[in-house]
Design a protein around this ligand. Structure first.
Ligand SMILES: Nc1ncnc2c1ncn2[C@@H]1O[C@H](COP(=O)(O)OP(=O)(O)OP(=O)(O)O)[C@@H](O)[C@H]1O
Ligand SMILES: [Mg+2]
Length: 419
């Protein structure tokens, strides 16, 4: 990393003034940006909070939702070890290996890499390639299309750390993207490098890592614009110290934004030009969606210690069929037009309906996933607006579900919870 002094005055700097806190080393070890950073515990990286002041994070193996780099550590290590293709500077593996990590495959030694993303290969290849260029990556799509999921796994594979994350909200301040101050130190000693609290983006720049910004379009426009200098000049000026942090090779940024949020805070065209946009589609076929749901439900079930429930695939297929038909506004056979309810009925929601169903069946049922275990969850996902959505649901139940061969149990279960 290069810390260098940016002299904003016309007179030459007084060398005496460059000593002490104001003097920024021209070349510093990247990790010195945050002296408190605990290298061994990436999960502990709350921006600028000294390790001693951070809340205990519990045993790593006990984490309810481990970070991708921890959950898939064995796959990442096997890929990095067997990957002999060229790697961009500071990448843990080659772009080819990153794509394999996301899409799945088998390594020469027989190690199986599980697919993380189920979708068009080209989308993943474009996303990975973008990260090796000087343009940032914007993952765009409707809710539940795995934008956050893909962004996390990309950062884990490229940099070995998915936690350099800024969560975008309407209240995200500029400090969350640039840097803040430790006010006790600032008041006691004035602005100094020690008093500066780097943002995850600043750390990623200094260390040549992948930064993530979630829900970019929820961030107010003026705060979003603080990314422009970072992405075009690859530098983050610190006027208070008359210095800057220059991004080193390996730095890039992945942002996610929701299609439906468009208009909340649009991306300025200046900022959009700094991104390569990759649109993540809804799953193309029912089979692909069933595959995604069953994989994720299996993983989530294991992390929640849910007892295994065998033969859930038929019920998963039924949930996916209902979601797809209502989302598309037409039955799978193309014969009956339907009204679509107001909810998104995304793959992510199908995953949580089935997970809840599995928990019900494991704890209160007979250990087999049945229609009665998923019916309440489906109703909750479909009927968001109690008036209009309920009518749409009733019509669908009576016109489609009731008449469908082999769906009598499902019809009865849905009628019971809808009453
Ligand atoms: N094509 C897909 N391949 C693999 N998993 C998927 C796919 N689509 C959805 N999922 C699963 O859906 C879940 C939700 O995805 P995620 O939270 O990343 O969605 P999102 O696009 O960020 O949604 P939002 O816009 O609401 O933030 C994840 O568990 C992910 O595994
Ligand atoms: Mg998301």
């Amino acid at each position: 990393m290069v810390w260098c002094r940016v002299d904003t005055r016309s007179e030459p700097a007084d060398p005496a003034e460059l000593e002490g806190d104001l003097a920024m080393p021209v070349s510093v070890d990247p990790t010195s940006v945050d002296p408190s950073r605990d290298q061994s515990a990436p999960a502990n990286r709350s921006a600028g909070v000294p390790a001693s002041a951070q809340a205990p994070t519990g045993e790593k193996g006990e984490a309810l939702r481990p970070h991708a780099e921890d959950a898939f550590a064995a796959e990442l290590a096997a890929l990095a070890a067997q990957d002999d293709r060229p790697r961009p500077t500071r990448w843990r593996m080659s772009p080819w290996a990153v794509a394999m990590y996301l899409l799945g495959g088998t390594l020469p030694d027989g190690t199986v890499i599980t697919p993380k993303y189920v979708g068009p290969r080209r989308i993943v290849e474009v996303a990975v390639t973008t990260l090796a260029t000087d343009r940032a990556l914007l993952l765009l799509g409707v809710p539940g299309t795995a934008k956050t999921w893909v962004s996390e796994h990309l950062a884990a594979a490229v940099s070995g750390d998915s936690t350099l994350l800024v969560q975008g909200t309407a209240g995200t301040p500029e400090e969350a993207i640039r840097y803040g101050w430790n006010y006790a130190q600032l008041l006691a000693n004035g602005p100094s490098r020690d008093a500066l609290v780097p943002s995850p983006v600043m750390r990623a720049m200094a260390e040549g890592m992948t930064a993530r910004v979630e829900e970019l379009t929820r961030i107010p426009a003026d705060v979003q614009d603080s990314l422009i200098t970072i992405l075009s000049e690859k530098t983050l000026p610190i006027p208070e110290l008359g210095s800057e942090v220059q991004a080193v090779r390996g730095f890039n940024l992945i942002a996610t934004a929701n299609d439906r949020d468009r208009g909340v805070n649009d991306l300025s065209s200046a900022l959009r030009r700094r991104f390569n946009t990759v649109v993540l589609p809804l799953p193309e076929s029912a089979d692909a969606e069933v595959d995604i749901v069953s994989r994720r439900v299996d993983q989530i079930g294991r992390s929640l210690d849910l007892p295994a429930v065998p033969d859930g695939i038929d019920e998963i297929r039924r949930v996916v069929t209902v979601f797809r038909e209502l989302r598309d506004g037409i039955t799978a056979d193309g014969r009956t037009k339907l009204k679509s309810p107001s909810g998104t009925l995304s793959t992510a929601e199908a995953i949580s309906v089935v997970t809840n169903g599995l928990a019900l069946s494991a704890h209160f049922g007979d250990g087999v996933l049945r229609a009665s275990d998923v019916a309440a969850g489906i109703l909750g996902a479909v009927v968001r607006d109690p008036a209009a959505d309920r009518v749409i649901w009733q019509e669908y139940l009576e016109a489609v579900v009731r008449e469908r061969d082999g769906w009598k149990d499902f019809y009865r279960a849905c009628r019971e919870v809808s009453a």
